[in-house]
Write a protein that binds this ligand. Structure first.
Ligand code: DLL
Length: 432
């Protein structure tokens, strides 16, 4: 297995810790000097950068949240003058003002290198033809993967989002070997191929680099069998850099976090206490190399766990598990915490479920209700009432035993749940 940057990806753990501490101290000095928001927060907490003498001291520092970024919109969190910023992106936030992030020339170099790491870990080499099916624009996905691919020396097809039939034609004609998109768009591509009568085996596609949204192991298996590829997961967020925070190797046992560039912690999202290794909680990230837009203890809201054990691939970096979703997407239904991805896992275990579903949460009087709308495959779109009832009861029973809450399960016509080009919308919460 190829490793892009063995020096940083395979460092002994004590050396990683030492490098992290040095870079953390430099980052803290920089933000204290250059970013009013951080200086004010540190002062309010009675802390100066010199108080951080070990990685454990990190816990003394205040968190940074999306709210801080909103209050400092657009450029207030930048740590360099705008003249040194060569690229601006923004987050895909759905409410209020987006958050604006910036990169210096060196940040872009580092970013490409981080993306090249996880693409290499997924098996991409200079022989590959990489088709980018993310939207080019303020979203970090397309540009991030684009520059990472070029750095590896792969041939990049900057197709952009949507226009699926043409996307497939290009895949055939240009001999695409690697597809970059959200996992839900990969399903849209598979469906179009089926409709167009294109046999995925007739293509040269071998690997998918999917990210930008939570997805289950069930969805992975579905994509792999329908497209005949290896589907890998990669994670990032614009506030922290974009894609390139973490990505899977071919062992597919968690996403390696580039720890020379990011310091990862897991906290309890309620009490904000740091949790011991292996605990499930909210991922908090501190950037260690970023110049234009450093982030100190950024609360990602993503729920995951960290595994520090050695990986068979030879990388020594910590691995984050597939995220269960975001703490702010967590549904509290009749007092029980439910993540959409748990439901997705259940659905994939039931024969006949399509990867298209929507969760509708509502209230009846004081009681929360959860309705699961599932698309079914055409061949089991039942003429027989009895079979249909058995199917629904089976799903409802499994949901109840996994989640501990009841749900009403409803079948919807094939293709009735909207298809997306980017991130899927899984939840409609009518209580809000
Ligand atoms: O989605 C960056 C990205 C682009 C990552 C392309 C990977 C590939 P934002 O638009 O700021 O940035 O959204 C970030 O998306 O906090 C997670 O909730 C979610 N997310 C991103 N990747 C994954 C993943 C990009 N692999 C937010 N698994 C994050 C689960 C993910 N959730």
């Amino acid at each position: 297995m190829q490793i892009w940057d063995p020096q940083h990806e395979c460092m002994p753990r004590e050396e990683i810790a030492q490098l992290q501490l040095e870079r953390l101290q430099a980052t803290l000095n920089r933000v204290y000097k250059n970013v009013t928001c951080y200086r004010n927060k540190f002062n309010a907490a009675g802390i100066v950068p010199e108080d951080v003498q070990s990685l454990a001291d990190l816990a003394k520092l205040p968190f940074t949240t999306k709210e801080d970024l909103r209050l400092n919109y657009p450029y207030g969190m930048f740590a360099v003058p705008l003249r040194e910023v060569v690229r601006i992106h923004s987050s895909s936030g759905t409410t209020g003002k987006p958050t604006v992030v910036g990169y210096t020339k060196n940040d872009l170099k580092v970013w490409s290198n981080l993306v090249a790491r996880f693409m290499t870990a997924a098996g991409v080499t200079s022989d590959d033809v990489v088709q980018i099916a993310f939207g080019y624009g303020l979203f970090t996905g397309a540009f991030g993967l684009h520059y990472g691919s070029e750095l590896i020396g792969a041939s990049v097809i900057p197709f952009g989002a949507g226009n699926t039939e043409k996307q497939i034609m290009i895949m055939q004609d240009y001999r695409t070997t690697a597809l970059v998109s959200t996992p839900s768009y990969a399903i849209t591509v598979a469906e179009h191929m089926e409709k167009m009568g294109v046999d995925p085996k007739s293509l040269l596609l071998k690997v998918g680099l999917f990210g930008g949204e939570p997805w289950s192991e069930g969805l992975r298996r579905d994509i792999e069998s329908r497209l005949g590829i290896t589907a890998t997961d990669n994670y990032g967020l614009s506030e922290v850099i974009g894609p390139g925070v973490a990505g899977e190797c071919l062992c597919k046992c968690g996403m390696h976090i580039s720890e020379d560039a990011f310091l990862a912690e897991i906290i309890d999202p309620e009490t904000c206490e740091t949790l011991p290794p292996g605990s499930v909680g909210e991922l908090v990230l501190t950037s260690l190399t970023k110049e234009a837009f450093p982030m100190v203890r950024y609360r990602t809201r993503d729920i995951t766990s960290l595994d520090y054990s050695a990986c068979d691939c030879g990388r020594t970096t910590v691995r984050m598990s597939k995220t269960m979703g975001r703490s702010d997407d967590m549904l509290i239904i009749k007092g029980v915490n439910v993540y959409p991805s748990q439901i997705e896992d259940v659905l994939f275990a039931v024969e006949g479920c399509q990867p298209h579903y929507q969760l509708v949460v509502d209230k009846q009087g004081a009681m929360d209700t959860l309705e699961i709308r599932i698309e079914v495959t055409e061949n089991i779109f039942f003429d027989e009432m009895r079979k249909q009832k058995e199917f629904l009861d089976n799903v409802a029973r499994r949901i109840h035993s996994v989640l501990g809450v009841g749900a009403s399960v409803k079948l919807v016509e094939p293709k009735s749940i909207p298809r997306v080009e980017g991130k899927a919308i899984r939840v409609i919460d009518k209580r809000k």
